[in-house]
Write a protein that binds this ligand. Structure first.
Ligand code: SAH
Length: 221
């Protein structure tokens, strides 16, 4: 009950009042129990207006940022979606709540296990895989939407190649150190790409073949 009230307030004040009014999205975010995806000691803070630590130097994203990215992906029920950076599993749960078929890749073993457990416990059917998602997931492609929840140095071309015609990629890109922009790339029916900038953001780095080298992780702290 306590959590439900906090969730309703989150939807209203953190998301709706900042201009996101898509009813399906608001309904979905209003349903997913965010407290189930944060570590026990942060559970009371599950609905605060910011990111929270989830271990391994990683974070569960701010609710507003989750809403913004999800909206940009234009998810329709039945869409096949790849998430790169499972983290807590919360974002994957929001996508599943919208009716997407979600495959999510996480490079940290421990985080992948915890996310899988939380998703199952709350009742979301998400395929969580352990691995480097910076090069996508060839064997599951093409995707209607791909969401990367860690900042990349550039847009990995492999990810663009794994989009279906009409597919959307949403990804934070840090082309200049310290300045991350959330980018959406849409693949048109004729195979051309359309790029737009959505917001300034702050994500942990994407570490992998098409991301940063491992030393970036320690630079980050
Ligand atoms: N979407 C998450 C937030 C993730 S934080 C949530 O809702 O909680 C970013 C995550 O990306 C971290 O867990 C980090 O370990 C992971 N990550 C970084 N590089 C990755 C890569 N190349 N492949 C898969 N996961 C990666």
């Amino acid at each position: 009950m306590e959590h439900e009230e906090a969730r309703d307030r989150m939807v209203r004040y953190q998301i709706q009042q900042r201009g996101i009014d898509d009813p399906r999205l608001l309904e979905a975010v209003g349903k997913v129990p965010r407290e189930a995806f944060v570590p026990r000691r942060y559970r009371k803070m599950a609905y605060r207006d910011g990111p929270l630590p989830i271990g391994r130097g990683q974070t569960i994203s701010q609710p507003y940022v989750v809403a913004l990215m999800t909206l940009a992906l234009q998810i329709e029920p039945g869409d096949k979606v790849l998430e790169v950076g499972t983290g807590s599993g919360y974002q994957a749960a929001v996508l599943a709540e919208l009716g997407a078929e979600v495959v999510s890749v996480e490079r940290h073993d421990g985080l992948a296990d915890k996310a899988r457990e939380a998703l199952e416990k709350v009742g979301y059917d998400v395929d969580v895989r352990r691995g480097d998602g910076s090069k996508g997931l060839e064997e599951e492609a093409p995707f209607d939407a791909i969401l990367v929840t860690a900042a990349a140095p550039t847009i990995p071309t492999t990810l663009l190649e794994q989009l279906r015609d009409g597919g959307r990629l949403v990804i934070p890109v840090e082309e200049t150190r310290g300045h991350q922009r959330l980018i959406r790339v849409t693949r048109n029916a004729d195979g051309s790409f359309e790029r737009s900038e959505l917001a300034q953001v702050a994500f942990v780095p994407l570490i992998g073949e098409e991301g940063w080298d491992d030393d970036r992780a320690s630079w980050w702290g």
